[in-house]
Design a binder for this molecule. Structure first.
Ligand SMILES: C[S@@+](CC[C@H](N)C(=O)[O-])C[C@H]1O[C@@H](n2cnc3c(N)ncnc32)[C@H](O)[C@@H]1O
Length: 214
């Protein structure tokens, strides 16, 4: 039987994710707490496929992510990442841009997670991890944010549960600018919503799919 292990930084999400896996008897699926830039609990060459969709790109020590992914993947197997692309007119890129204007500037030396969406950066990081350039390939792909509720309710979820928006609202509230932030994000969600129904949300967003064949 195939074994599937999910690694996430957030302990609460690991607990929430493990519950249904146990309830449905998925004994081969487990989530554990961990940092994509330091997978020290995982042995070398222990996975046939390593996938991270908009996850590892948010690691604190992002220059280590490629090295760790290469270390835990078996030779001849694959790593696949889905990463948001900087300066694209897509939902998450715009959310991050808007949010950054309401939060204090990042510390010196900060490297943006959006660099994971730049092909030359990914080539550099995987090359540093010992992967020849011809083993790294890229494709543009589309992710759909589809929800059976109005875009204002979807924004509420981002406000309550999405880290960058949560931080932006916390700062904006301190500066009495929460209403401005809410308005900017509402306009964004409404503009990008392609659903013909008012009570549904469908937002397409382009991302960079990075495939590394070891
Ligand atoms: C935007 S969500 C994406 C989740 C999921 N892959 C998806 O596509 O719906 C980002 C996830 O990455 C996790 N994350 C952020 N930094 C991480 C790190 N350094 N190591 C592991 N997980 C991390 C967050 O806790 C969150 O669950």
């Amino acid at each position: 039987m195939e074994e599937v292990l999910g690694v996430d930084f957030a302990r609460n999400l690991v607990e929430i994710g493990n519950r249904p896996a146990r309830e449905h008897g998925l004994i081969n699926c487990t989530l554990q707490e961990g940092d994509a830039s330091n997978l020290h609990k995982l042995p070398d060459q222990s996975f046939d496929l390593v996938v991270s969709i908009f996850g590892a790109m948010f690691a604190p020590n992002l220059l280590e992510v490629a090295k760790e992914q290469v270390r835990v993947t078996r030779l001849g197997r694959r790593i696949v990442m889905g990463n948001w692309i900087p300066n694209e007119p897509t939902l998450v890129e715009k959310i991050l841009k808007i949010s950054s204007t309401y939060t204090p500037p990042p510390p010196d030396g900060f490297v943006s997670p959006m660099t994971f969406g730049i092909e030359s950066n990914m080539i550099e990081r995987f090359s540093n991890a010992g992967v020849p350039t011809e083993k790294i390939s890229f494709a543009r792909d589309t992710f759909s944010f589809s929800f059976p509720s109005a875009s204002s309710l979807v924004l509420d979820e981002f406000r309550k549960y999405y880290g960058p928006t949560m931080n932006a609202f916390e700062s904006a509230e301190k500066n009495c600018r929460a209403a401005d932030l809410q308005k900017e994000l509402e306009d964004l969600f409404n503009r990008q919503n392609e659903s013909p129904r008012k009570d549904a949300t469908s937002i397409r967003a382009t991302f960079l799919r990075v495939t590394v064949a070891l």
